[in-house]
Design a protein around this ligand. Structure first.
Ligand SMILES: [Zn+2]
Length: 212
């Protein structure tokens, strides 16, 4: 999943208004940020098939894309938040981290490990279908934004509209225009660009939301 991951971030911001949106945006992609960093040094790996269905399949992702890793990293965020006396923010960030695995579960072919080895692995495989996966991602993103938007200060709504519009554009370009990079390293570089750029857009929403 690509921009659909931001739907839980928007909903968690609605539930926990103290949680910075930029941090939630990074948290929902934390497993991918970890995956592409570990893949760059050969500790995890994927098969990339430009134009294929799916274009991307995890071949070794135990450290970042297994169920125990996703749950453990989420719990770490919650515990750190509790120690920092920000339990609500920590719980929201932890839920954001773990939400990545659940969202990936819907679209990935069975490549998400259930335990500490690559097999057995799960995935409902929506990526095998045309249109449905990216239409679902856009619907989740738009729906979550429509639920959060009225809760934000008026000054933060337009920066949020702009951020969501950029994400919609990225998803459509990714599906229809820009070819998928052919290596995991190149895919990781573009993913980092997107994830950090999206966090910067979310930071603008946070800043506008704080203005009196
Ligand atoms: Zn992922």
């Amino acid at each position: 999943m690509l921009v659909g991951h931001y739907a839980p971030a928007l909903l968690l911001r609605r539930a926990a208004p103290d949680a910075p949106l930029w941090a939630l945006f990074l948290a929902v992609q934390a497993l991918d940020l970890g995956f592409f960093a570990l893949a760059a040094v050969g500790l995890e790996s994927a098969r990339v098939v430009p134009g294929g269905r799916p274009v991307f399949e995890v071949t070794h992702g135990v450290y970042t894309h297994s169920l125990p890793a996703a749950v453990a990293l989420g719990l770490v965020c919650a515990v750190v938040g509790a120690f920092a006396r920000r339990p609500g923010v920590g719980a929201a960030l932890g839920a954001a981290v773990t939400s990545h695995w659940l969202a990936d579960l819907v679209v990935h072919v069975p490549d998400l490990p259930l335990g500490f080895t690559q097999e057995p692995a799960v995935g409902l495989g929506l990526w095998r279908l045309p249109v449905v996966p990216w239409a679902l991602e856009l619907a989740l993103l738009a729906g979550a934004w429509l639920l959060l938007r009225p809760r934000l200060a008026a000054a933060a709504r337009w920066p949020g509209d702009a951020a969501v519009a950029v994400l919609v554009l990225v998803q459509l370009l990714h599906e229809h225009v820009v070819p998928t990079p052919s290596s995991t390293l190149a895919l990781g570089a573009s993913a980092y660009g997107l994830y950090l750029g999206a966090a910067a857009l979310a930071w603008r929403v946070d800043r506008a939301a704080r203005q009196p």
